[in-house]
Ligand binder design. Sequence first.
Ligand code: ATP
Ligand code: MG
Length: 432
Amino acid sequence: MAEYMSTRDVKRLEEGSKATVRGWVYRWRDLGKRVFIVVRDSEGILQLVASKGFTPEDVIEKARRASIESSIIAEGVVRRDRRAPGGVELRLTNLEIVGHAEDFPIKGGEGIDYLLDIRHLWIRSRKLTAMWRLRHKAFEIFREFFKKRGYWEVSPPMLTQAAVEGGATLFEVNFFGKKAYLTQSAQFYLEALIFSLERVWTLAPSFRAERSRTRRHLYEYWHLEAEAAWERMDGMMRLVEDLVAYTVGRLVETAHEELEVLGRNVEALEPSRKTPYPRITYEEAINILKRKGVKVEYGDDLGADEERILTEEFETPFFITHFPLELKSFYMKEDPQRPGHALAFDLLAPEGVGEIVGGSEREDNYEVLRKRIEERGYNVDDYQWYLDLRRYGSVPHSGFGLGVERFLMWVGGRDHIRDTIPFPRFRDRIYP
Ligand code: ATP
Ligand code: MG
């Protein structure tokens, strides 16, 4: 039995070498004397040629019947040819059709609703495959980064009792007759865990019942979160910019093929490999927007449109800090230097993407936090365990959450978030 090679490895072989590959028929062309098949596997594509005089007749016949998306095993001899994709083709000596494909329902030019209905087939496309690879590499780099920084990876629950980011976007679950919710953020659990491990991180799904449909919100997304004891807002911002710059840099170095298939202008990412990133306050953001003719007032929340306009001012990610307290979550600490403002930061990605990270220093005083919960009209009983963390050896601490799909939208140059996750959940569509 021949040893199988990936389409990538075949391209490294010398002219005349024998090779066996397996994959799926990506393109197919019958020119009479010659049949061209482009086969794809997880590593890329490779041209196969069945030609009269070289390839046995029965193999040419099989090549003629190899429909788009049929799975095949192909044996042949390497030939260097500049016209072939990647400069190499395999002249067929044998071909096995393992699984014949019926008429494949994706031919190009289909509408988005149709394609989402057959997402389980659409995920094979070259661009989407490149995204799954980019995603995998990003996950690897995140893990590498936190390991280097001495952070512990932890596993918080997905089923929870209380809201982290407000009740409006909670998904309710019937938990043996009691109400529970799908987690919106692991933050509270990470806060509990810093009393044991000091510096923790996790990469897990978060669920948000967003009220409006946008191109940057999912109902289920992957959330990279970290929390550190003793860390103030400034140190946490430095960690975030280091994480983003490191990940972008490593992806540019190790995922150039994926970025090329995605059509990403990699040059545009270069400046983002260097830190520090620019910092502006919320107030400065409002002033920039006013100067640019946007109708906003101090105290307004910054939506996607405002964020997009702000990104025109920067070619790297940038921080917005010191939001008015009431715009932000109850657990964020008030800046003693600027009363009424939260020690909070958002990191916005350039090129129109907007917020990819939200973080803050957390309120660590029991009385202050309890008062905040009451002022917001939340039920203090629901937060008792969270308040306990401020009763037994409280410590200054800070943390953040990064939306993995938002990050991939930016790095991968996608303009809709659905292109960054294999099976996006939508309001009217939990299939496939
Ligand atoms: P937005 O204002 O864009 O809804 P948020 O302020 O609700 O974001 P946070 O609660 O700070 O977001 O969550 C941390 C990060 O998680 C965000 O910076 C973003 O990258 C990501 N995120 C939040 N909600 C979603 C969502 N519905 N889909 C995908 N990513 C999300
Ligand atoms: Mg939100």
